[in-house]
Design a protein around this ligand. Structure first.
Ligand code: HEC
Length: 225
């Protein structure tokens, strides 16, 4: 090897070392650590819909009491409705097996309003729940003279009783929103920890490289002398 090559190689090495040194020094002044959580945090409104939304129908029905529903129904609805199989129509139709049927579909009742007949729905859990809560809220022109029952559990009891009268629909699933939320949060934390470890690993690797190139530089210098 001639002297000019060694000089040139020396300069290339020298500038490399300077560059490395500068990047190490700037790293001391400018803190380049990653933030704990990447990205901008976005506040999401509580999905449960506030405190006054109350428990869902599935949860209410899971603890509903058929016997309590029977006496509720006798007291609140019995002046106009019968509940026994093949029972006579009163001011309103007989309600045996009504859950799961179409609106205004009882052939033994001749006085359905045009509005209920025209609404064209099915008495599923949600619809019947809305009806007992507020009949005119569901079918504004109905002739059912009942103001509505606001008590969630009393309504659920009546629903469970109606279902026991030959309908036997499967109960709706209770909503378990809270557990799902916790699961997501735990996953998020793990992911962030993982990233932090990865960053430390990279930093160590970079140190290793620096050591290695310093050693090569020393060896080359020794060779040049
Ligand atoms: C003052 C009388 C009255 C009371 C009290 C009353 N209803 Fe009715 N109900 C009616 C009348 C009248 C109709 C027919 C409404 C129409 O055609 O618009 C009706 C219709 C219904 C229907 C629709 C049936 C079908 O075949 O589509 C259901 C279900 C029902 N009532 C349930 C109840 C329940 C449950 C209660 C008690 C919480 C209740 N009603 C209280 C008079 C009453």
């Amino acid at each position: 090897m001639d002297d000019r090559f060694n000089t040139a190689a020396g300069w290339v090495l020298f500038s490399g070392i300077i560059a490395l040194g500068l990047s190490i020094i700037s790293g001391m002044f400018f803190d380049t650590h990653r933030p704990e959580a990447m990205g901008y945090p976005i506040e999401v409104a509580d999905a449960e819909g506030g405190a006054d939304a109350g428990p869902d129908l599935g949860t209410l029905l899971a603890s509903a009491d058929v016997a309590a529903g029977e006496s509720e129904a006798a007291g609140r609805c019995g002046t106009c409705h019968t509940f026994n199989q093949g029972g006579a129509a009163g001011t309103g139709p007989n309600l045996y097996g009504v859950l799961g049927k179409g609106f205004a579909s009882n052939p033994g009742f001749a006085n359905y309003s045009g509005d209920l007949k025209g609404a064209g729905g099915t008495w599923d859990w949600e619809t019947m729940n809305r009806w007992i809560l507020n009949p005119k809220g569901l079918v504004p022109g109905t002739t059912m003279g009942f103001a509505g029952l606001k008590n969630d559990q009393a309504r659920a009891n009546i629903l469970a009783y109606l279902n026991s009268l030959g309908s036997n629909l499967p109960l709706p699933e209770p909503v378990v929103a809270e557990e799902a939320d916790e699961g997501d949060a735990a996953e998020g934390e793990e992911a962030t920890e993982g990233e932090a470890e990865a960053t430390e690993g990279e930093a160590e690797a970079a140190d290793g490289e620096a050591d290695a190139s310093e050693e090569t530089a020393e060896a080359e210098e020794a060779a040049a002398e």
